[in-house]
Design a binder for this molecule. Structure first.
Ligand code: PAF
Length: 291
């Protein structure tokens, strides 16, 4: 679709090649702070809030749009992933002047590409990791590769994907990367439903039904005032199961290690994944204040 290396789309510069992006970042913008928002497109309200925050906190902002094949464990999910670059660019134009990077698979994974040799342990196998084997190895590697290319000052991630944020922070610590990871609050629709590209696939009725997810998390937060994590979890699952959604997991975890907890710790989080029709939704809520 884009015949040139960089096109000016209103207020967005669109780069399709690593070389052309870097030629700007490493020369004209060399002494500027760069905020980076990695995405897979299908942009929504939540992404735009992250882009706005990045624009406030940095001289320049790069938004990557790259549907990363290595983080999908089902080919059909990769094939069906929504792709509409023009719609994404239009949305980005509403937030201001950003640089858009839309690389090809070959740009991200050249022939000599080697995966990082980092063992994610519990972070890679619990919750999302259990239900999407290999997912976080794919995420960790693509984020590392994008960081190598963009060399941002700060990178922005929504904590709706709290496990992804923990994995990225762990990877950054392991490779001693100077990138600052900025974990941003969950952006919610007025109903309380967490903003997500997947919400586009919900019918009007399902949008109502999906509110059960945040209601369950809020119910758990109430239960946490009286019960230990184990009972709180049990009661929250019972609450959820009264509705029409199908649960995949509900866990109460440590905010940093994401290990399941038996005693309350400051900042404890409840994480949930479930199906509304055939759409898999994810959310989490801090049950106890941080210290
Ligand atoms: O959250 C996402 O959209 C993706 O996992 C990310 C961070 C862009 C890596 O492909």
């Amino acid at each position: 679709m884009f015949a040139f290396n960089a096109l000016k789309m209103g207020e967005s510069h669109v780069f399709t090649s690593t070389k052309s992006l870097q030629s700007v970042l490493y020369t004209e913008y060399e002494n500027l702070t760069i905020g980076f928002l990695p995405t897979m497109g299908a942009l929504h309200h939540g992404h735009l809030e992250l882009a706005k925050k990045a624009l406030k906190e940095n001289d320049k902002v790069v938004v990557s749009i790259f549907v990363n094949p290595t983080q999908f464990n089902k080919t059909e999910d990769l094939e069906n992933y929504p792709r509409d670059l023009n719609a994404d660019l239009k949305l980005l134009k509403t937030v201001g002047d950003v640089i858009v990077f839309t690389p090809s698979v070959e740009q991200i994974y050249p022939k000599d590409y080697q995966n990082l040799e980092i063992e994610l342990g519990n972070l890679g196998t619990t919750m999302e990791g259990e239900f999407r084997p290999g997912h976080f190895v794919g995420v960790m590697n693509v984020v590392n590769r994008l960081f190598e290319i963009v060399q941002p000052t700060k990178a922005y991630f929504g904590i709706k994907d709290v496990q992804q944020v923990a994995v990225v922070q762990f990877m950054v610590d392991q490779v001693k990367s100077p990138v600052e990871i900025v974990a941003c609050d969950i952006i919610r629709e007025p109903s309380g439903l967490a903003s997500s590209s997947r919400n586009y696939r919900l019918s009007i009725d399902e949008l109502d039904e999906a509110v059960l997810i945040i209601e369950t998390l809020r119910f758990a937060r109430e239960m946490a005032k009286e019960y230990l994590p184990k009972e709180t979890r049990k009661k929250a699952i019972e609450f959820f199961n009264q509705g029409t959604l199908k649960i995949e997991y509900f866990e109460i975890v440590h905010p940093r290690t994401l290990e399941f907890i038996e005693e309350w710790v400051p900042g404890a989080i409840a994480c949930i994944a479930g199906y509304c029709g055939d759409v898999r939704l994810l959310d989490n809520l801090q049950l106890l204040p941080k210290k």
